[in-house]
Ligand binder design. Sequence first.
Ligand code: NAP
Ligand code: MG
Length: 406
Amino acid sequence: MAGTGRIKVKTPLVELDGDEMTRVIWQLIKDKLILPHLDVRLEYFDLHLKVRDETADQVTRDAAEAIKRFGVGVKCATITPDAGRVAEYSLRQAWPSPNATIRAMLDGTVFRRPIMVCNIPPAVRSWKKPVTIGRHAYGDIYAARELIVPAAGTVELVYRPSGGGEERTLLHEFKGPGVVMGMHNLDRSIRAFAEACINYALSEKTELWFCAKDTISKKYHGHFREIVEERCKARTEDFAQAGVSYRYFLIDDAAAQLMKHEGGMLLALMNYDGDVWSDLIAGGFGSLGLMTSVLVSPDGKFEFEAAHGTVRRHYMLHKEGKRTSTNSVASIFAWTGALAKRGELDGTPDVVRFAQKLERAVLDTIEQGKMTQDLARLAVGFAAEPLSTEEFIDAVAACAAAGYHG
Ligand code: NAP
Ligand code: MG
């Protein structure tokens, strides 16, 4: 490809820049791996925390609108400010998580999938293919109301339909102190989650496992199951065409199955299960630096990113001029994922091929024993010498250049 000019990407790609060490990596990836080979118009939004502060977070909302308009975005990790960050960056306020804002605006579901490399074995011996997690990221305990019950008394759930009337359920007759929680979800959101999971499973041709606990929670979890199954039933033909199937599992059964399964499925999980299991899966497959993440909206918009954060500890070293060894693999795969999707939607197979070749170059580089510190600790075969952040990206660039000519 080099020598034949840069490959043209038809539709603009929405780019969301970010913070700290991942911002450093981001620039290196663009300069060394992407822009020398692609003629691509980037709709650029700078989500650096200072810019979010200066624009009262308008830049985040504009970026989400651009993803809705163009269809595909690629995002660098960003700081979600807490009180410490408000002081550190002299912020006007603790702006919300950009990921939460974008997810809400796209009504999307986040899918996390590990990148597998031959010489980094997963913790579970039977895992041969990546296990993907689709987490329903609305409601449940994340939007619950809680009450400490200080002493004996009655707690009820009360529903007052706007048209009048009332329905009550006794939650518990407390004889002494305790605690209660009320949580909710919305049919609209569950349906969007189901659609996004189905779209992902069909497009990636992977089995879809929806896991919950409807034997115990017959109404709450049962309602989720009903909606997911109703959506799957409506897409029966699509499943058949893609050659994949839908299965329901009790969550504890799925946990046991997973430990002896070869992987390769999409686990569609309720909010809390998805939160916990995504970290379990990330840990089981090696490093956070190997975990990719994609936000998929029910109407088929995509935002690709790495699952990890801004790697602050490494950034502090970088600022002091010290050597860092930060893994850029998940960030590179955010770019390749976005470009491959862009190429697929645009009908430009050379863009898809470029993304595939770059991914192959990343894997080849690691399999040749060239990797960052986090992976060197886990690699089998021979002792790998950890490369610096920049050395690793240079090694990938060299390997990719050979591949493009081949
Ligand atoms: P983090 O950036 O994920 O890093 C936590 C630790 O995991 C690092 O210190 C490092 O361990 C290891 N690690 C993560 N990614 C790595 C990589 N690519 N290469 C090598 N090691 C890696 O989490 P954090 O430091 O707790 O959070 C920093 C900021 O990120 C926070 O402000 C948070 O709001 C933000 N965040 C953003 C996103 C997002 O935008 N999607 C997601 C999560 C967090 P060692 O220190 O042991 O080397
Ligand atoms: Mg979590």
